[in-house]
Design a protein around this ligand. Structure first.
Ligand SMILES: [Fe+2]
Length: 410
């Protein structure tokens, strides 16, 4: 019988090989995409006017080459009459594998109407779902705001979002305030985010903004928010280089403006990120005739971390907010709830919907209200009705933490 023996050289080689494997697995994820031939990640957004359009995107594995959407104004059953529309399909290489993204931008819809839809192809179809188009004109409506959802456990985000949607079935859409995930250029994170949000995203449109974590790679380098841009179909009316990443849209009598405050993370790729937005914002705000103007950006001007006021953002945007009488600027990033008023503009930090909290945040002299929600995730509702804007701030289990109103006299 031959004796098995390892020379010193072999042992060194084996240790070296093991170390290479260890580094490889730490650098490159071992998981693979979970996409199948059945549609998932079904998401409602708007690329155009919410009264007459609806954008629907979903994903499948890369072998599912086409996608279709069935649309009906009746409840969608096999016998119901429906229109079938072919999706635009794009193959997308992620860091964990290849998927297909299918998009249908429905146009010519009737305002204030309920539609049923189903997406899929061949034998593989989603369950029928419904959406409602926006009313024409300045009818009252409500929307929700979901602060940073980045998490170690996206089950917390799931609970917060589902509770918010269940308690506010009249909400027209929700805004996701950036830092949706912890590592924006890691598809594993997005799979967890979408899996947690499934059951809501099919019926309640999301209008998200970019946060700093959308710009991080698994190697902790800076990037453009490519995964964010690939997955969310959004209005492309922003600065050309930032189309789909910076945008505005109208709902009822409200003009909503979504900015990108990640000037540091994208400095190498878009050195004039703030300047581009400043130029665009001055035109965008001057052009709107809506009664209410609301701005959403991830980083705050008046923050609650030790660095407090972010001067680059203040200089770029604050004069325009004041000149064009923006009513409120909603922010995130510090994972606190705070509101402050300055020269007629409310600055509102929107809390957190995921697991991450900070101990280094503190109330600042400019805050009227400050809550560090260490104990509980939270979300907000905003109701617009005529000359009133009514805000509710809720803990994850639905308890009211703060409420306030703005009244317009003209
Ligand atoms: Fe952040």
């Amino acid at each position: 019988m031959r004796q098995m023996s390892l020379s010193k050289k072999s042992i060194h080689w084996l240790i070296g090989f093991a170390l290479v494997c260890l580094c490889w697995s730490a650098t490159f994820p071992v998981s693979a995409v979970t996409a199948t031939n059945s549609p998932d990640h079904i998401t409602l957004t708007w690329m155009d006017a919410p009264q007459t359009t609806q954008t629907i995107r979903w994903r499948t594995d890369s072998n599912t080459a086409t996608g279709w959407l069935r649309l009906s104004q009746a409840t969608l059953r096999q016998t119901a009459e429906y229109r079938q529309i072919e999706a635009q399909t794009r193959t997308w290489q992620t860091n964990t594998g290849v998927v297909n993204l299918h998009t249908v931008n429905l146009t010519g819809l009737k305002p204030d109407s309920v539609y049923s839809y189903q997406v899929g192809s061949g034998e593989h179809w989603s369950r029928p779902q419904q959406f409602r188009t926006a009313p024409d004109g300045p009818a009252p409506f409500k929307f929700l705001i979901m602060g940073d959802s980045q998490s170690l456990d996206y089950g917390v985000w799931r609970t917060t979002l589902h509770k918010a949607a269940a308690d506010h079935p009249d909400a027209a859409f929700f805004v996701a305030m950036g830092d949706l995930v912890d590592v924006g250029q890691d598809y594993d994170e997005w799979e967890a985010w979408f899996a947690a949000a499934a059951g809501v995203l099919e019926t309640l449109p999301v209008m998200p903004i970019v946060g700093n974590h959308e710009c991080y790679t698994p190697e902790r380098r800076f990037s453009r928010p490519e995964y964010f841009n690939a997955q969310f179909a959004l209005p492309r009316n922003g600065p050309p280089e930032l189309a789909g990443q910076v945008y505005s849209f109208d709902y009822g009598d409200v003009h909503l403006v979504m900015l990108d405050s990640q000037a540091g993370e994208q400095a190498r790729l878009i050195p004039d990120l703030l300047e581009q937005q400043k130029q665009w914002l001055s035109v965008d705000l001057a052009a709107t005739d809506k009664r209410w103007k609301l701005v959403f950006m991830h980083r705050p001007i008046y923050g609650n971390k030790p660095d407090g006021i972010l001067e680059n953002l203040r200089q770029a945007f604050e004069p325009l907010f004041e000149q064009y009488q923006v009513d409120a600027v909603f922010t995130a990033h510090d994972h606190v709830y705070a509101r402050s008023g300055k020269n007629g503009v409310w600055h509102v930090a929107t809390g957190r919907t995921g697991t991450k909290t900070y101990k280094t945040v503190e109330a600042k002299p400019w805050n009227r209200v400050f809550i560090n929600p260490v104990e509980r995730p939270m979300y907000m509702s905003v109701t617009l009705s005529g000359n009133m804007l009514i805000v509710g701030v809720f803990g994850q289990t639905g308890e009211l933490l703060d409420s306030w109103e703005l009244h317009k006299t003209k």
